[in-house]
Design a protein around this ligand. Structure first.
Ligand SMILES: N[C@@H](CCC(=O)N[C@@H](CS)C(=O)NCC(=O)O)C(=O)O
Length: 204
């Protein structure tokens, strides 16, 4: 498997998943301007130019983080990255993957990082933090993970919460989320994934 990533982007969730499940993957860093280390153009792999993308051993290319994460989960040992297929817990995990993707990643953080977003757009994005963060805080108040155990949805939420400081989102105002992020960062798979990408982030 080949996983395309940018250090500390949402693709970090896929690296966490491979670490958690001990999956074998080659990681290819996408460089500024959609350049690939071999000189190729990443948009030939992922038409939107977005990470993550996954080239599977069977030769298909998957884009879209939630699809990539679920593919990894289905190729890991049972229960390591996702609840059993068709179980209620599995659908709840899909709920959270979609929630993180649409309500948090794209609605809040994407505009805060967008080079072409003006001040008004950024302020509007900051104004959208409270609603999903309140939902997440209430849900995680009495839970260690989004579901009954760690899943790829937690990996995705952690990757997104990592951006708070850089994006100007005050995570300290959300103590439940801060505690959740601190706990997850101490998880060995998460710590290894972050340690692998930190030097690449600093060099970028
Ligand atoms: N819809 C995509 C969005 C992924 C996405 O926004 N990726 C960002 C990093 S978190 C990216 O690749 N940005 C690089 C760019 O815009 O060129 C998904 O869910 O995977």
């Amino acid at each position: 498997m080949k996983l395309y990533f940018i250090p500390f982007a949402c693709s970090l969730a896929s690296r966490i998943a491979t670490e958690e499940a001990g999956l074998d993957a080659e990681f290819v860093q996408v460089l500024p301007g959609h350049k690939l280390p071999d000189g190729g153009d990443y948009r030939d792999v992922s038409p939107m130019g977005y990470v993550p993308a996954l080239e599977t051993r069977s030769g298909i290319t998957l884009t879209e983080g939630p699809a990539v994460l679920q593919y990894l989960a289905d190729n890991a040992a049972d229960g390591v990255l996702a609840p059993a297929l068709f179980s209620e817990e599995r659908y709840r995990m899909q709920l959270w993957l979609n929630f993180v993707s649409t309500e948090v990643h794209k609605a809040v953080f994407a505009p805060l990082f967008a080079k072409d977003a003006g001040e008004a757009e950024k302020q509007a994005a900051l104004g959208r933090v409270a609603k999903p963060f309140a939902v997440l805080s209430k849900h995680l108040e009495s839970r260690e993970h989004l579901g009954a155990s760690f899943t790829v949805a937690d990996a995705y939420l952690l990757a997104v919460l990592n951006w708070c400081e850089t994006a100007g989102v005050d995570i300290a105002a959300w103590p439940v989320l801060l505690g959740y992020r601190t706990r997850l960062r101490a998880r060995p798979s998460v710590a290894r994934a972050m340690a692998a990408e930190m030097p690449l982030l600093k060099a970028a």
